[in-house]
Structure formats: C-alpha cells, structure tokens
Design a protein around this ligand. Sequence first.
Ligand code: PLP
Length: 454
Amino acid sequence: MAQPQSWEQRAQEYSMYGFTDLPSVHERGTVVLTHGEGPYVFDTNGRRYLDSNSGLWNMVAGFDHRGLIDAAKAQYERFPGYHAFFGRMSDQTVMLSEKLVEVSPFPRGKVFYTNSGSEANDTMVKMLWFLNRAEGRPQARKVLTRVNAYHGVTIASASMTGKPYNEVFGLPLDGFIHLTCPHYWREGRPGETEQEFTVRMAKELEDTIAREGADTIAAFVAEPVMGAGGVIPPSKGYFQAIQPILQRHGIPLIADEVICGFGRTGNTWGCETYDFVPDAIISSKNLTAGFFPMGAVILGPELSDRLSAAVEEIEEFPHGFTASGHPVGCAIALKAIDVVMNEGLAENVRRLAPRMEEGLRQIMQRSSNIGELRGVGYMWALEACLDPASKTPFDASLSVSERIANTCTDLGLICRPLGQSIVLCPPFILTEAQMDEMFEKLERALNKVFAEVA
Ligand SMILES: *Cc1c(COP(=O)(O)O)cnc(C)c1O
C-alpha cells in the first residue's frame, strides 16, 4: 500500500512557490503552516515560529485578531461579495473610500480599488496614461523609479521594480527608467557627505528629466522607505530635494505606501515620517492587516480632478477588477484602520521602535560582521558584511543571509534574507518580551553562521 505522503511532499509535488530559492527548499523541505496566535505561526509538526516578517509585511495585527475575524464574519453574513462597476458599489466601499480620504494627507481625493499592490501600481500607470492622452499629451508615458525599488510583479509594476531578476521576463518595458537607489551607506562616494549625496541624487533626476524630456514623463513613483529592496530609508532630505524638481516639471510624485502605510514607520503614512505630501498614494498589504487581498489607489485633489475631467470626456474609465471594492475586504479594511490607529497598534510601534533600534544596535556592536543597521519604526535591516570597515560583502556563493534566516527558522524565528541583509518587520502587536525573544534567537543565528563563514 502506498505510504501516505507528508504535507511537505504534497506541497512540493503540486504547488509552486513564488520567490523561493529551490535548492534550499529541496534541502530543507517546505514549512506548511496551519494557524497562528498573536505574532506566532504554527506548522503541521506543531512547531511554533515568531514571525518577525508579519507574514509578508502585512499581518500587522497578528494572526488571530478577534476584531478583524468578527468584522469579516459579520460582513460575510450581511453581503458576501459585490463589484464596483456599472454605477453600483457596496455601502462598505463607500465608507472605506471616505475613511481613506479622511486619513490621507489630502484635503480631498478619490479612491480606486484593486486586489493587490501590483495591480494598484498598474492601475496608477493606466490612470496617468489615460489622463495624459485625454489632455492631449499622449507621449507622457515614461515612469521614473529607483534601482532596488519594489512595486510588484504585474507587467507595469514589475517594470517599475528596480531588480535584475525581471530580466528573465524581458522586463522592464521600454520607458521605465530606474534612478540610483538613495542608499547613502552603499551608494555614497568616498568623502561625500550625506547632504552632498542627496544633492547628487537630485541632480541625477534633473539630468534625467532634461535627457528624456519632461513632456514624456508620466510620474515618479517611490516607496518612502524601500521595503523589499532591503529596508532602505531615503538619504537625509531626499524627498525635499526631489519634490520641487518634479513640481517644476509638472511630474506627479506617487508614494508607494504598500509597506509604509498604516503605521509601519510609526505614523499613518511613510510620507508623513519623511515630511512630504505626494500627489497620490498606493496602498495594500497593511490596508486589511493581511486579512483580505486588497489594494487601493488614493488620488490627491489635483489628480482626482484631472482624472474625473478625463473620465467625463470619454464617459467611462474602462478599467476595474471583478473584486474591486469587495465589501468583505472593505469591511475588514475599515476595521483594520480602526485597530491600527485607535487600538494602540501604531502607538506600540512608536513606543517600541527606539527599543527595537537599540536592541539591534547592541547586536551589531557585539558582532564583527554587521556593516549597517538601518530602518525606522518596525522595519529594520542588518546588513552582513565580511569587513564592515571597507564595506566588503561576503562572497555571494556563501549565501550568508539565507543561512542566517534558515538558522533562525530552526530556532523558531522567521526572518527574511534580502541580498546580504536580514530584514525584521514584526507585527505591530509585538511586545517587549517577544522582541527580546527575537533579539536572542537572531543573535544566536548570527553568531553561529558568522563563526562558520567569517
Ligand atoms: C508588496 C509590494 C507591492 C506589491 O503588492 P502585491 O500585493 O504583492 O502585488 C507593491 N509595492 C510595494 C512597496 C510592496 O512592498
């Protein structure tokens, strides 16, 4: 009789993984998860892991938040699904849009819903292409982003993403231009101050606009803090340096707040933390605290007016997803915003962010192989380095960050390797004791791996 297959074997036989290093899965097997409690998840073998990545940045209220579960249940009872086409939409959609504009940095605005962050970025690009054509500027199609930016995986958002792995798809599409990553520690030149570096970033933008022609550019899109690029906060004064240049050339600044939005940096928005007001905001991930797939484009007043005028003219915006503005997603998002902003979650991030920074700084100081600690709020990265003084990385073939992350997993801590960095972005509910558990397991893993490779 055939042996019953394990969960690991069944997973590997029938399911595909996204963004997974296959050799390490073949060696280590698949972790199949069944449930969660607070910031912890449990696998089919009953092992518990502290998920210091909040799932994929999004499970900010943990894995069993009662209020969110109840909000979902109640809405499924009331009205389990509807669309937002043909002049109809659910009451929850109406309420969420009001709420999003209310909590946005905009005095007024309009919201369009998607199922993901990628689709929200593609939607933003289509909106700009649509309104530029309607305004008689069909050539204004180019999109400026930065190297290491992560904006998603659909065709436009993958083209916006500044990562080399998209070459396997023949992307980016033409007209998607990647500027230098504003990472002073890595990109700064010898002797260059951070202020001089920022000026150089602004000059590069100015030169790029001059070279390409301002009238061919539809937008500049940026995460306030780059997330999947390795938690890279902007260099000092970056947005203050670039925004006036964009404004002078009439190029909208779009903030991709999919990670930073709703509390990750300690404020409602990353743009608040970095003190700028964009022309539109892209939201997803935290929007529903990970309890429903949903994204949103939140347009500020000027883009709302221009898009509305363009739509009036053509009498339709021919775009939308079947589940755009799904009532259950909207009900969950309304609750998630309330939970994060009014039940002390964002407050917890603000209160404990200095403690998180300090704990990680001490780990860095006790190690000889951490080159940089960077981050803000509840998003941090430690960059492993063979020689921190000269910023010499480890040989890539050593897969140092993957080994650290795998060792953490063995110790019951989930964290993410990104390049040579280890990323920690725990749920906003993480307590002091849980933070100490994270520090302790992380340091044990770092010591073990550095002893093997350094
Ligand atoms: C995750 C992410 C996206 C893409 O969101 P998906 O829901 O995975 O499509 C876009 N932008 C940023 C900044 C992200 O972190």
